[in-house]
Write a new protein. Structure first.
Length: 183
């Protein structure tokens, strides 16, 4: 018992100084809560403001060289979900993206970061737009801490390839899952 007690004491002394998990927060969205209309797509029968949400992260793991952000709806009636946003090559010095930075024509992403074409077919954030009457959809906003400065991607990569490269180089990730519904 004494060995276990000493081990637990050692862990409790170290734990406050170590980062156990990358964390993701937002001023705009919250886990299990419905997103506002400002994050709804403008098009496809939807008429929201199409603004990407504020995202901030901390507790970055050692060895992180860049970040990627993904926004995904696993409930889309496609058989493969729906990619709403993929941003790669975000410099390691960045720990926050403000509301609306994912708008294509007005993109103010950090230098070096690039948006990948979403499932709407544009290189920008594409807001929620579930089919009317389809029920509640989950929107998973994920920050990925990557072990490389830049992902090795061809021009105009598929979302599946980007997801593969993100996961192949991920040190850790954190997700905020928000909700949206159109009736």
């Amino acid at each position: 018992m004494k060995i276990i007690a000493n081990h637990l004491l050692a862990i409790s002394m170290i734990a406050p100084f170590t980062s156990l998990a990358l964390t993701l927060t937002s001023q705009d969205i919250a886990p299990g809560e419905f997103m506002s209309k400002k994050h709804e797509f403008k098009g496809f029968g939807c008429n929201g403001d199409n603004l990407s949400p504020h995202l901030a992260w901390q507790d970055v793991p050692k060895g992180t060289k860049s970040f990627a952000i993904t926004a995904y709806d696993p409930d889309a009636p496609t058989g493969s979900g729906w990619w709403h946003w993929q941003v790669v090559d975000i410099p390691v010095s960045i720990n926050e993206l403000k509301t609306g930075l994912g708008i294509n024509a007005q993109s103010k992403l950090p230098d070096g970061a690039k948006q990948i074409s979403n499932d709407y077919g544009v290189e920008s954030f594409g807001g929620a737009c579930p089919p009317k009457g389809h029920g509640v959809h989950r929107y998973q906003f994920t920050i990925h801490a990557l072990s490389v400065e830049k992902l090795s991607l061809p021009k105009s990569p598929s979302s599946a390839l980007v997801g593969y490269m993100i996961n192949a180089n991920s040190l850790r990730s954190a997700t905020v899952e928000a909700l949206y519904q159109r009736d």
